[in-house]
Design a protein around this ligand. Structure first.
Ligand code: DOR
Ligand code: ZN
Ligand code: ZN
Length: 444
């Protein structure tokens, strides 16, 4: 019996070296990686023209919206954007309308996702008000929990140490990971109130309210609770050097903590706001040069586990309000994530091995996804074919995302995802989406 598919004339990064090899797929999985003569006979063969085949990018921080926020993005447009960006699995955040926070809201959201998604999707839930429901939320299909320390999303008040401790304990007992948006709610809201009262409503005032101290305070508080509960915690979008340092020392003391950095915090600084205005307004905000350098060192020396886009779509109107306090924070990133980071590889700022580790292998491990995120026999054939040499210009008007603007619009980049395979099927070819809505799977 022939296998379903063979990719021939490919290059792959295997054991730290780029080698010429082919890959055979059967029943959604990689069944063989070998030199061409040793590959099995296949019903279909695709010649990838000597390009590099990478494990598909796993983006564990994405806001796909949909439901009552479909005007910003929906599961089809968001996952089409993912496929176009070489991303094969996205993990969807729970700050939706309605908030994903119990079995009912989760089930509703899974039903919508199942009909529209073109790549694989995992879902986060916010914590429920009753900790007894944590188990049933996982059984229903959530992959992990998300806790916003900066505002109450879901049933747990982030200011309440005891409540947070209780849900961390329960998640730890069930070995479920928790992603945390670390900003101290009280510090941020008191500073916001003060600035607003004084009539300060400039773009730079947002960063004053969402200060590095607010990030550090929340990180330290969470680490304190992890020490007591042994929960598995993933710190989202760390934006400061001090934040990274605190996380690193928690790791070194044996706690199960990981952290993530976004391309926008690595490639933009607070001075980018002047020209980009609301388009570059995000939370946590873009920081100064020193913090950006600190993040880069952490990327280089291994302190950063995961790169993620924090794709957070809004309408152009929502990004253009006159007062900074009325602008919706968030930057979209699914279609620029991989090209921007491949460009850093081309510039010699990052090795390809390190990039792939932070975009595939570690994200899978962090989220507890098995059999994905690696080019290995037995793993699912989620693959991204990239042209490392392709020089092109980012054009936000061509995005599949509903948000057709980006801080990176017009940037010249080197490296492009040209084919995306999900569960062994070609879903994107040269920018064209071949998958039908619903072809992607929900990863539980
Ligand atoms: O900038 C942000 N946008 N930060 C968040 O924490 C939420 C996100 C969103 O959902 O738009
Ligand atoms: Zn966040
Ligand atoms: Zn986010």
């Amino acid at each position: 019996m022939p296998v379903d598919l063979v990719l021939k004339n490919a290059k792959m990064l295997l054991h730290g070296k780029i080698v010429e090899a082919g890959l055979a797929v059967n029943d959604s999985k990689i069944v063989k990686i070998a030199e061409e003569p040793n590959l099995p006979h296949a019903s279909k063969t695709i010649d990838v023209g000597g390009l590099l085949v990478l494990p598909g990018v796993i983006d564990i921080h994405v806001h796909l919206r949909d439901q009552e926020l479909s005007y910003k993005e929906d599961f089809f447009t968001g996952t089409a954007a993912a496929a176009n960006g070489g991303v094969t699995l996205v993990a969807d955040m729970p700050n939706n309308k309605p908030v994903t926070m119990n079995t009912q809201t989760l089930r509703e959201r899974m039903n919508v996702a199942a009909e529209k998604t073109v790549v694989n999707v995992a879902l986060y839930s916010a914590f429920p008000a009753k900790k007894e429901e944590i188990r049933s939320i996982i059984q229903t299909g959530a992959k992990a929990f998300k806790l916003f320390m900066s505002q109450k999303v879901g049933g747990v008040n982030p200011d309440d140490d005891e409540a947070v401790t209780e849900v961390f304990k329960e998640a730890s007992r069930l070995t479920v990971p928790i992603a945390v948006h670390a900003e101290d709610r009280k510090l941020v809201s008191s500073m916001t109130e003060k600035l607003r009262k004084e009539g300060n409503n400039d773009l730079k005032d947002f960063a004053k309210a969402h200060s590095p101290d607010a990030e550090l305070k929340a990180i330290k508080r969470v680490i304190g609770i992890v020490r007591k509960t042994k929960a598995k915690i993933h710190f989202c979008h760390v934006s400061t050097a001090k934040g990274i340092k605190a996380i690193l020392s928690a790791k070194q003391s044996g706690l199960q903590v990981t952290c993530e950095v976004t391309p926008h915090h690595l490639l933009l600084t607070s001075s980018s706001l002047k020209a980009l205005k609301g388009i570059a307004l995000t939370n946590p905000p873009l920081r100064g040069k020193k913090d950006v350098q600190g993040l880069w060192s952490a990327v280089e020396n291994g302190a950063v586990d995961v790169l993620a886009s924090d794709h957070a779509p809004h309408t152009f109107e929502e990004k253009s309000a006159a007062s900074v306090w009325d602008i919706a924070p968030g930057i979209i990133g699914l279609e620029t994530f991989l090209p921007l980071m491949l460009t850093q590889v081309a510039k010699g700022r990052l090795t390809l091995s390190r990039l792939v580790q932070m975009t595939s292998k570690r994200p899978a491990e962090t989220l507890g996804v098995t059999n994905r995120g690696q080019l290995k026999e037995g793993c699912f054939a989620d693959l991204t074919v990239v042209d490392l040499k392709r020089r092109w210009k980012i054009d936000a008007s061509k995005f599949y995302s509903k948000a057709k603007f980006s801080p990176f619009d017009g940037w010249k980049v080197t490296g492009k995802p040209v084919k995306t395979f999900v569960n062994g099927r070609l879903v994107m070819d040269k920018g064209e989406i071949l998958a039908k809505p619903g072809d992607g799977r929900i990863i539980r």
